[in-house]
Design a protein around this ligand. Sequence first.
Ligand code: MN
Ligand code: MN
Length: 304
Amino acid sequence: MPRFAGPGTMMRLPAAASAEGLDACFVGIPMDIGASHRAGTRFGPRQIRQESTMIRPYNMATRAAPFDSLQVADIGDIPTNTFDLKKSVAIIEEHYDQILQAGCIPLGLGGDHTLVYPILRAMAKKHGPVGLIHVDAHADINEHMFGEKIAHGTPFRRAIEDGAIDCQRAVQIGLRGSGYSADEFDWTRSKGFRVVPAEECWHKSLTPLMAEVRAMMGDGPVYLSYDIDSLDPAFAPGTGTLEVGGLTIWQGLEIVRGCRGLNLVGCDLVEVSPPYDPAGTTALVAANLLFEMLCVLPGVQYRT
Ligand code: MN
Ligand code: MN
């Protein structure tokens, strides 16, 4: 079958009805009603799948061959309620509970960043408070947005309040832009997070940073949440809340590849907005970052 043909699953993988029997799965979370500015991320999962068709099974750079040892499938999309954000959050948590009960590691295709709140709640029920690697232009720790507790700018504050994150093993990378007060980047610091603003990443490899992150995380469970707007708009214009002076694609690859050896219990790639991604390049980057996440999951074999 030509790569451009056949069912449009992530990486042309088999479609599965559930996570049962899988070591890892790709799962779409199509939603954008948590977004505060430009919408469109409801189309993110479908576009990421579309742009994933050219990804072959072997990682030429890292020698990872994830399909040698892992059973992986695309389990489709979580049926969010596009008229009700709070109901959508509950639906996501229920579906993640099921995925985790099956012993499967989920790789989520977003969707706006609200989705990480119910995911982290499900993760903490299964694993206890998880370590967190959060890559983003924004801290996403607002107390509320327009009076609402649930929105794409609040998920990490809600998750911290619920005790879902081990704040001594948590890092935010790529934060930048204008704000309302210094507290936006200092609040997680006050909770124990390490915060690495984008300026500290400019002009250098992030491989040394990731060695420090691995030392911080130890053997405990770690969740990786990757907001595509962490990348500079030059690399990833197709998203809702752009900030200039961001990370490069190769720094993004260094971050994900630097997660090798961690006890990763789940990952997501969020905030891809296809209506603002005319050439599909933002979704292409997202698809490749998701492949790189698959390549660093526990149990992946590396061919020597
Ligand atoms: Mn975000
Ligand atoms: Mn963001």
